[in-house]
Design a protein around this ligand. Structure first.
Ligand code: MG
Ligand code: ZN
Length: 217
């Protein structure tokens, strides 16, 4: 009985995600679903991205948190195209929440939509939002064992970002171990190492995004 309930929830979510996907496709919008544990630097990456693509791409942001508008207020200093979703305790975003949020954004005018999921490496990876790419961010301060402990999110992501590499020199984080585990789980994924704080690696990230934006005819 219990398994059937979960299957129904996921089936319902998948149907809604397919509707979102169609809308995103029709709007020529690139949609990125950003996943990580709390404190990896998702919001910092979004802020840096907004600064670097200002005047080049129109970007919308959906901020997912269990409560507060703290991150959306930071983003709101750089763009009006930001919507905060408070999940009211739920530890992940689902496709219906995204449907409601995008109804408040002028998505036909946007080139890129970044969804900051709830900080959690476990269940957000199981909920399709209709995005083009899942991206998982891990950071040096969390340790090099995240791919070993939380495989599904690394398997499902097209890009793995390692943030806070400015801390490598004062940490025993083993880069080879981390990268080898990622490649074992997901040989086709891209890995970008960066620091939102120092800016190192940010150009590679921006290029990754720009290469995936859709071309309007
Ligand atoms: Mg955040
Ligand atoms: Zn959850």
């Amino acid at each position: 009985m219990k398994i059937e309930v979960i299957e129904n929830v996921l089936k319902y979510n998948k149907d809604q995600a397919d509707k979102n996907r169609k809308l995103f496709k029709d709007s020529m919008l690139l949609v990125l679903n950003l996943l990580s544990s709390p404190g990896s630097g998702k919001t910092s990456l979004i802020l840096e991205t907004l600064k670097r693509l200002k005047g080049k791409k129109n970007i919308g942001v959906i901020e997912g948190d269990i409560s507060s508008t703290y991150d959306a207020e930071k983003i709101g200093k750089l763009t009006d195209n930001v919507i905060q979703i408070n999940t009211g305790g739920s530890c992940h975003l689902n496709a219906s929440m995204i449907e409601k949020a995008i109804s408040k954004l002028k998505i036909k005018r946007l080139d890129l939509l970044i969804i900051e999921n709830v900080g959690n490496l476990i269940c957000p990876s199981g909920f399709d939002l209709g995005e083009d790419h899942k991206i998982v961010m891990s950071s040096v301060s969390e340790g090099d064992d995240k791919p070993v402990k939380y495989p599904p999110v690394f398997i499902k992501s097209d890009l793995i970002i390692l943030n806070k590499i400015d801390l490598l020199k004062i940490s025993d984080f083993n880069q080879n171990f981390f990268e080898n585990k990622v490649k074992e789980l997901n040989p086709l994924s891209d890995i970008i190492k960066l620091s939102c704080k120092t800016g190192i690696g940010m150009e590679e990230w921006i290029e990754w995004v720009l290469n995936r934006c859709k071309i309007r005819n």
